[in-house]
Write a protein that binds this ligand. Structure first.
Ligand SMILES: NC(=O)c1ccc[n+]([C@@H]2O[C@H](COP(=O)([O-])OP(=O)(O)OC[C@H]3O[C@@H](n4cnc5c(N)ncnc54)[C@H](O)[C@@H]3O)[C@@H](O)[C@H]2O)c1
Length: 325
């Protein structure tokens, strides 16, 4: 059977997607250099350990496996670090993606699903963000994703590459069976930081800014369960395999939850005391980032099953209790 290559499949979203694709009967190959991935997340499919910077390795992987499609997660993901170290970000996220696209072209692999981000929109000009909202990245990280989007579209025009570009809002939660979950080092994402505080690994959770023009003064974000996100990748692959047009899709739930609401919900779920420290606003944080994901629902038939933020926190809590033991 022909296979699906998952770059970055030892990471958070990639490992959940490996599970979803394997459960749906796909034969998967994971390519990861384990720079931020985890060997114990490699539970589905075959593993190829190596770096996208290594073009000989890429050529070898494509020659040894009958790969018919690629899901490309591998990237560096920390916005703040990208401001301090743009070279790292452009080299890994842009140049190494060019290596991947070149190896795909040489091996006649014509379909790719690419992990982009809501950060390509920059400051929101409307209450919810649809795919045609103007693009104005605010960091090298967001620019690196924007650039790759353009490269993929140009390769589509010139070489016939078929693509689904998926712009995620805030991925959160964990596999409901807790076989994999979120483990970033360093951790910068809100829900894991809150749960680490509930577990006593951190002393308090910081709220950056309490004077935003939002109902309780803290930032609003759109949280999407990682399993729902992984299913969207499976549907995007099926869309392309069935001859669907290349397209761009937002992935979020369309509801904004404030930082305080998420902390309150985590207190309910964990029953724990979660001390809060309020500090100044952080540069570059938008007051609200909320998606319109109608297009993914209409064209891909995507229907999130874990849209409730309680469900997202409960699955994350189950995972973190196990992972942080
Ligand atoms: N987590 C989110 O909320 C979020 C939001 C928007 C977009 N994204 C995008 O989703 C993708 C996955 O994010 P994640 O949270 O799972 O991150 P992650 O760090 O857990 O996973 C990324 C994986 O890619 C691997 N990798 C990085 N560079 C590599 C290289 N040169 N060669 C081989 N492997 C390499 C890492 O080892 C890691 O396993 C990224 O592209 C990220 O930009 C994530």
């Amino acid at each position: 059977m022909s296979k699906t290559l998952i770059t970055g499949g030892a990471g958070y979203i990639g490992s959940h997607t490996a599970k979803t694709l394997a459960v749906r009967g796909r034969d998967v190959v994971i390519l990861d250099n384990l720079s931020y991935g985890h060997r114990d997340f490699l539970k589905w499919g075959e593993f190829e350990e190596g770096d996208l910077a290594d073009t000989a390795f890429l050529k070898d992987v494509f020659s040894r496996h009958d790969i018919e499609e690629v899901v490309h997660f591998a990237a560096f993901i920390a916005v703040g670090e990208s401001v301090a170290e743009p070279r790292m970000y452009y080299e890994n996220n842009v140049r190494n993606t060019l290596n991947l696209l070149g190896a795909m072209q040489d091996a006649d692999v014509e379909r790719i699903v690419f992990s982009s981000t809501a950060a390509v929109y920059g400051e929101p000009q409307t209450a919810t963000l649809a795919e045609d909202h103007p693009l104005a990245p605010l960091s090298p990280y967001a620019w690196s994703k924007r650039m790759v989007e353009q490269v993929i579209r140009d390769y589509g025009e010139a070489y016939g590459l078929k693509s689904a570009i998926l712009r995620y809002f805030n991925a959160a939660g964990a596999d409901p069976a807790a076989e994999v979950g979120e483990r970033h080092q360093p951790e910068t994402h809100l829900i894991p930081l809150i749960l680490h505080t509930a577990l006593g690994i951190r002393e308090s959770i910081k709220i950056f800014g309490t004077d935003y023009d939002t109902p309780d003064g803290t930032c609003l974000r759109d949280y999407i369960h990682v399993t729902d996100l992984s299913v969207a990748h499976a549907l995007a692959l099926e869309h392309l395999a069935n001859g669907g047009e290349s397209d761009i899709f937002n992935l979020g739930n369309g509801n904004g939850f404030s930082v305080r609401e998420v902390i309150d919900m985590a207190r309910e779920v964990t029953g724990g005391n979660i001390p809060v420290e309020t500090t100044e606003r952080r540069a570059g944080d938008s007051p609200a980032l909320v998606s319109s994901s109608e297009k993914a629902r209409n064209i891909l038939g995507w229907q999130p099953q874990h849209a409730d933020v309680r469900d997202i926190i409960e699955t994350a809590w189950k995972w973190h209790q196990k992972d942080c033991r």
